[in-house]
Design a binder for this molecule. Structure first.
Ligand code: HEC
Ligand code: HEC
Length: 334
């Protein structure tokens, strides 16, 4: 076999291997019974009351079922994997029909606390958000009405929708079930929460405590990653994705306001140990890379948030900050 043919074969094998996969549902059977986690503040209005177990279970089944993608190869869980903090270990994961997502999937933890969803905030509620990937040509590629049609033709789903909602599959019920399931994906009760909210000093090591102090002081992380979910849910240009001094549209695509150019929503800092790589393009692979990025003040461009300027951190400070971020991913020990 000549070299060219061998290369072609290798390429083919390479493409064949790059198939999307649907991960197993590894959540505990009645995972929602754990309730609202410690450290996240008050649950959002209606969260506790909206507990309809059969609706959550229906949303869960749909989340792990590739039936809603055009070639039945991709489920929500393919890009929001339970072992990746409901994000993806790939920067831009495969969608249906060989396409790739144009952005990195964010972690779905604690979206119940979100006000606007997607990196640019295009969706104004979880219900609005959860159906977008179905018809997105880079994600699931199936017209929403065709997706509903498939569910209506499936006797198992017709039964489950009818017992949960008193009627068969339609867009409103599909969005409700998926949103309800996603809203139950919570992460809290880390040693940081025990340290802060329960005043348990022993919950954090000395290095982690120093990292927390850096996060709050000269690291300035707190000015955007604020509140119990470590995000202000607002949009900032940090220079991620800037090419030749030109940021992507980001938030501007939604508001039309030039001041929002290259603005992306601040993500939570919870669960980072599970959810690498980071940022809306998945371009930073480790927490070391993230902290190095902030130490140099983000990436320069004319729209960069004025809060991002080079930081005065020693290498030891950086190591402590990373130890603190890792502690935010751990479960507190009882
Ligand atoms: C091919 C990969 C892919 C698939 C499949 C996929 N998503 Fe996503 N998801 C993404 C990406 C990428 C984003 C960010 C979108 C953006 O910013 O424009 C996202 C964003 C979200 C968000 C908003 C999170 C946030 O922080 O604002 C939710 C909720 C969500 N997806 C739920 C779902 C559900 C439910 C399904 C199945 C119906 C699904 N996703 C299928 C890639 C995917
Ligand atoms: C000016 C507001 C701002 C400040 C200050 C800030 N961040 Fe961010 N952070 C963001 C935004 C916005 C993003 C998403 C950027 C993007 O993808 O375009 C982000 C992303 C991240 C991510 C990636 C999370 C993920 O799931 O992809 C980490 C980790 C992070 N920041 C940590 C920090 C740390 C540590 C500090 C302090 C040294 C800090 N941030 C300071 C706004 C900020």
């Amino acid at each position: 076999m000549d070299l060219v043919r061998m290369m072609a074969l290798l390429l083919l094998v390479g493409t064949a291997a790059a198939q999307p996969t649907v991960p197993k549902d590894t959540l505990p059977e009645r995972f929602w019974e754990a309730g609202w986690p410690f450290g996240l503040g008050e649950p959002p209005a209606g969260w506790s009351e909206s507990l309809g177990v059969d609706r959550i279970a229906l949303g869960r089944a749909l989340f792990f079922d590739p039936v809603l993608s055009i070639d039945r190869s991709v489920a929500c869980a393919s890009c929001h994997r339970p072992d990746a903090g409901f994000a993806s270990h790939e920067a831009l994961p495969l969608g249906a029909a060989g396409k790739r997502a144009l952005r990195h999937p964010p972690s779905l933890y604690n979206r119940a606390l979100g006000t606007l969803h997607s990196w640019d905030g295009k969706a104004r509620s979880l219900r609005e958000q959860v159906v977008l990937p179905i018809s997105n040509p880079n994600e699931m590629g199936l017209a929403l009405e065709d997706g509903i049609g498939r569910l209506q033709a499936d006797i198992g789903y017709v039964r489950r929708f009818t017992s949960a909602y008193g009627g068969g599959p339609n867009e409103e019920r599909l969005a409700d079930a998926l949103a309800l399931f996603v809203s139950r994906l919570t992460l809290g009760d880390s040693p940081v929460d025990r340290f802060q909210a329960a005043r348990d000093r022993a919950a954090l090591t000395q290095e982690e405590r120093k990292g927390l102090w850096i996060y709050e002081s000269k690291g300035r992380c707190w000015s955007c990653h604020s509140g119990p979910n470590f995000t202000d849910e607002a949009f900032h240009n940090s220079g991620i994705g800037v090419v030749d001094n030109q940021p992507e549209d980001g938030r501007m695509a939604v508001t039309g306001d030039v001041a929002d150019r290259g603005g992306f929503r601040t993500p939570t800092l919870r669960g980072l140990l599970q959810s690498a790589p980071y940022m809306h393009d998945g371009s930073l692979k480790t927490l070391e890379e993230v902290v190095a990025f902030y130490r140099r003040g983000g990436n320069d461009n004319p729209f960069r948030d004025p809060r991002l300027t080079p930081l005065d951190l020693t290498d030891e400070d950086a190591t402590s900050l990373i130890a603190f971020l890792k502690a935010l991913s751990r479960r507190a020990q009882d």
